[in-house]
Design a protein around this ligand. Structure first.
Ligand code: B12
Ligand code: SF4
Ligand code: SF4
Length: 332
């Protein structure tokens, strides 16, 4: 280590070398202000059937309970904005949210977090830390705010000035004291583009998402969606879909409240080879029909993919729903 670098600067430099687009530090302590908001969100039922959000309340609010002896939260951001965006509003291809185009980010980013931990140990041999990426009761955006990575936008996502929001968040929670970074100010201003554009009005107030209305929740998390299609071999039935919510052209996840955000005009393509899009992202009706006949084609595409969370039957059902929507809108 060059003698001029203090530990905080050195850790940030290593994070950058490993490909992270931002890194910051916060003191590990209980999140007091967020407690009431979390409770309110759950009491309103905005988590739908994501039961895991009800679990480990104390740990979720307090990283020192999750990682005993921890003193700092190292918050990190990892870009996933793709180089090509083949989906335009009138596309005839079922849409997959950009975060899921490549290999599963949990594994890609965890590997990098472990490498960063190894490097920190060269500075602090006594360092013990645990790595998290969307995998534990950690309020990741709130830690990113505290660590100065950005602000929480009205779409509830972490936004960073000059970058946008197309990045994952991750943390290392460990037992060394690091000088905390200063939180950034909010730069949403009077803008309401995400709230206005959300196709299902899931952003019920600035920063508050009712998951039960959110296309991302329905197409990724809700195992009962689309109704009548799941847990059956006959995955091409689409007649029983709840008529009150329309997932439109989305087959998996949703990017609308990010695509319209003016800060995402600053998004730059990632340089992560493991995030190269798999073929399924570009499948048209013919390819999805072939896959209905031969599910192994989809299963093959889901290898090492975050889309395994939905499973191939749910994904196929949703692709068929999206194709029905596209067909109906083309002929109208
Ligand atoms: C549950 C979850 C979801 C749920 C619920 C979303 C949500 N906004 O909570 C669903 C399935 C809908 C979802 C969707 C998506 N998600 Co998600 N999700 C999570 C997860 C696992 C937990 C989030 C959480 O704690 N929610 C609970 C509520 C209470 O938290 P909250 O919204 O932050 O609550 C605050 C506000 O509601 C506010 N609030 C509440 N009441 C009140 C009242 C007042 C008066 C005020 C002022 C504020 C206020 O304060 C609360 C606490 O600070 C995190 C990973 C993690 N462990 O943090 C990823 C995470 C947030 N998701 C992520 C992503 C990428 C997505 C999608 C973009 C994926 C996609 N393309 O389809 C969408 C975006 C949808 C959206 N606009 O939020 C990323 C976001 C990265 C970023 N840049 O911010 C995360 C961080 C995962 C990761 N490690 O990268 N997600
Ligand atoms: S992900 Fe889609 S449905 Fe969910 S809040 Fe954003 S725009 Fe609305
Ligand atoms: S679209 Fe506008 S209001 Fe929504 S997060 Fe972006 S800047 Fe904030």
């Amino acid at each position: 280590m060059p003698p001029s670098l203090n530990p905080e600067t050195q850790i940030k430099a290593w994070a950058q070398e490993l490909g992270f687009l931002a890194c910051g530090f916060a003191k590990a302590e209980k999140l007091d202000r967020e407690e009431i908001h979390l409770d309110q969100w759950l009491a309103n039922g905005f988590h739908g059937n994501m039961q895991y959000m009800e679990n480990h309340r104390e740990m979720r609010l307090n990283p020192t309970l999750l990682v005993p002896g921890s003193k700092s939260v190292i918050s990190l951001a990892y870009n996933y904005f793709p180089e090509t965006t083949p989906f335009q509003p009138n596309s005839s291809t079922p849409q997959i949210a950009k975060y899921a185009w490549g290999d599963d980010y949990h594994h890609v980013i965890k590997d990098k977090l472990f490498k960063l931990i190894d490097r920190i140990k060269t500075l602090y041999p006594e360092f013990e830390g645990r790595a998290f990426v969307d995998s534990a009761p950690v309020m990741e955006r709130q830690w990113a705010v505290k660590a100065g990575l950005g602000w929480i936008g009205k779409n509830s996502l972490l936004l960073r000035k000059g970058v946008g929001s197309f990045f994952f968040l991750a943390e290392i929670i460990g037992n060394i004291d690091l000088t905390p970074d200063q939180p950034q100010t909010d730069h949403c201003g009077e803008c309401t583009a995400c709230i206005d554009a959300c196709p299902t009005q899931a952003i019920v107030q600035p920063q508050i998402i009712d998951s039960t209305q959110c296309i991302s929740y329905l197409t990724i998390e809700d195992k009962t969606w689309p109704k009548g299609n799941i847990d059956t071999e006959n995955t091409d039935k689409t007649e029983a879909i709840d008529p009150t919510i329309n997932t439109g052209t989305w087959a998996y996840g949703c990017d609308v409240c990010q695509d319209v955000c003016p800060w995402n005009r600053f998004s730059k393509p990632h340089t992560e080879p493991q995030f190269q899009p798999r073929e399924l992202i570009f499948w048209d009706a013919e390819r999805w029909n072939q896959a209905s006949e031969e599910p192994a084609r989809i299963k093959n595409q889901l290898k090492k993919s975050a889309m395994q969370r939905a499973g191939h039957k749910k994904l196929l059902a949703q692709a068929n729903t999206a194709l029905d929507f596209i067909k109906a809108h083309k002929s109208s």
